[in-house]
Design a protein around this ligand. Structure first.
Ligand code: FES
Ligand code: MG
Length: 573
């Protein structure tokens, strides 16, 4: 196929005879470019989530230069667009509130500017799904550049995982085992370079999912953020996107049902974050693919956990990278993957994985030495979660996987924080901690409250896990017997709103059941007496969010963004 520059979308901005094209060319001279530097070349938007406030993306300001280098060399014209940064640590109440905002920004920038293709730079948790959701909706050729994991943490003789070890040492602190000096040292040791969390948290899970979907260059997702290889990967992505434009390979060609199923398989084999369930469902929705909780449960029953990476395993992302990275992992799952589908690099995934190998069998396990025979995720149903809930059971103490206990209910996170350590509650390890008001609408934004803290007096007795239930999410670096994403959430009148302290709750992971042991008559009475909480926002983005947000089982997209149909191109329309 020969490439005709007049077929470029950007040609309508730059190449026609009219006044508008004249003005766009004049304004490009104003930017300092010669006509021969850009006319007739694919315009590549580099969407950069760099910010001074985002430690996971702080290196992306420089890294964009490597992407540009690649684009120039391939004969494209790179233009960098700063877009919203979603910092998992700093943004409150949770960046999940803003995932759809970045998705919307991505889609609309790509559509409204003279763009032929895009390089998407992100990695901290929600930024990956947000960028890919927007790119899927805009459906212009796109390559994702993952931010890359930070270096492993260190403290004294310990190797630390961001997130995971923060929770662990904070529990030690609450149990009275750590002093101020130790804590100050830990502050400097937990996260010691730019890059996203280097455990198998939400960031590593979702960037791996992006690679499995086929929208990164091969092996991209595990390259440490500050490794020179990360620069080379960025340049390779810049080179590749220009050809993708010339070949007219759009996300709709790559992001198929098969690709999403393979992403689910990947997430499960990684023992990845539960957040991936919500994000992949939302991303698939943008690609016109109906991915459901049942798909996750079905696939989870066939996929072994092979990545021995924290929090489920022992190692960190750097180890995973040198053990072969995602291509290595996928090379051990070929019978479970759709090998004939295309990626942005190869005609088939089979070709892309040719030659992929594992170099360390402890980090990426062979099938017969899997960490768990089944994927670390189960979808639960029952009268407490008619539309489903999820649990990452490999991260829980086995005694809790089949458990009945009395509920102790907290209506919101602040109340829980204030009262959880009060010995008057007289909690035992068999109690079931219930948090509500933390779902997509009630949270708002479904904050990562799902790993409810264990009372300090129980920690001091050595208790490290309890059954916890909520309509919240959980950080990918968290662990424990936490039932999450209960749908519908309590804020919209889901059965979670009807639980009372003292009610018995039964979890049975093998049977995929979650039951509130209260009679239907009693629940009907409670339902009749329930009054909906007042709206959280009277105006602004929060009001739009509350009006449009969908429940966890359908991915928490905005209804108007998830809707099928197309938006006219501003010039072609
Ligand atoms: Fe950004 Fe963990 S805080 S990835
Ligand atoms: Mg996280």
């Amino acid at each position: 196929m020969t490439f005709d520059p007049e077929q470029l979308r950007s040609h309508q901005w730059y190449g026609t005879d009219g006044l508008r094209s004249f003005s766009h060319r004049a304004r490009t001279r104003q930017l300092g470019y010669l006509p021969e530097e850009h006319l007739g070349k694919p315009v590549i938007a580099i969407l950069n989530t760099w910010s001074d406030i985002n430690p996971c993306h702080v290196h992306l300001r420089d890294r964009a230069q490597a992407v540009k280098r690649g684009v120039w060399q391939a004969g494209g014209f790179p233009l960098e667009f700063p877009v919203a940064t979603l910092s998992e640590t700093f943004q409150k109440p949770t960046p999940m509130l803003y995932r759809n905002l970045l998705a919307m920004e991505t889609e609309e920038l790509l559509r409204s500017y003279p763009v032929d293709g895009a390089v998407l730079m992100g990695g901290c948790d929600k930024s990956t799904p947000a960028l890919l959701m927007g790119a899927a909706s805009a459906d212009l050729p796109a390559v994702f550049v993952p931010a890359g994991p930070m270096l492993p943490g260190h403290w004294r003789d310990q190797v630390l995982g961001s997130g995971t070890d923060m929770w662990k040492y904070w529990d030690d602190r609450r149990a009275g085992l750590l002093g101020d000096c130790e804590l100050a040292e830990l502050e400097s040791g937990l996260a010691r370079s730019p890059g996203h969390c280097m455990t198998m948290g939400t960031a590593s899970t979702l960037t791996a999912a992006a690679e499995a979907l086929g929208v990164t260059v091969p092996g991209a997702s595990s390259i440490p953020a500050i490794d020179s290889g990360h620069d080379r990967m960025a340049a390779a992505s810049g080179l590749r996107i220009v050809d993708l434009v010339r070949e007219d390979v759009k996300p709709s060609r790559i992001l198929t049902r098969e690709a999403y199923e393979d992403a689910v398989t990947t997430v499960l084999a990684l023992g990845g974050s539960t957040n991936a369930v919500i994000h992949l469902i939302a991303m698939a929705g943008r690609s016109g693919v109906r991915l459901t909780l049942d798909d996750f449960d079905r696939i989870a029953r066939t996929v072994p956990v092979l990545a021995n990476v924290r929090p489920g395993g022992r190692h960190l992302m750097e180890d995973f990278h040198f053990a072969g990275g995602l291509p290595g992992l996928l090379s051990r799952l070929t019978d479970l993957l759709h090998l004939d589908r295309p990626t942005v690099n190869h005609t088939t995934l089979r070709e892309q994985l040719a030659g992929a190998r594992v170099h360390d069998d402890d980090v990426i396990r062979p099938r017969e030495k899997a960490l768990a025979a089944e994927g670390g995720l189960a979808v639960l149903r029952g009268n407490l979660c008619p539309d489903g809930a999820v649990i990452k059971h490999i991260a829980a103490e086995p005694r809790l996987l089949r458990h009945t206990g009395p509920a102790v209910v907290f209506d919101d996170y602040r109340t829980m924080q204030r009262t959880i350590d009060d010995p008057a509650l007289a909690l035992t390890p068999d109690h079931v901690l219930v948090l509500r008001g933390s779902g997509p609408r009630g949270g708002p934004g479904m904050p990562e409250y799902g790993m409810l803290p264990i009372p300090d007096y129980l920690l001091r007795q050595g208790v490290r896990d309890m059954l916890r239930i909520s309509d919240a999410r959980m950080s990918g670096t968290s662990y424990g017997a936490c039932v999450l994403h209960i749908a519908p959430e309590s804020h919209v009148g889901g059965p979670l709103a009807l639980v009372r302290t003292g009610d018995l709750i039964t979890l049975d992971v093998a049977a995929r059941g979650l039951r509130l042991e209260v009679s239907e008559e009693e629940l009907a009475g409670r339902r009749a007496a329930w009054t909906p909480p007042p709206p959280r926002y009277e105006r602004g983005y929060g009001a739009l969010y509350s009006e449009q947000i969908t429940q966890a089982d359908t991915g928490c997209d905005f209804a108007f963004l998830a809707a099928p149909g197309r938006v006219p191109d501003p010039y072609a329309g």
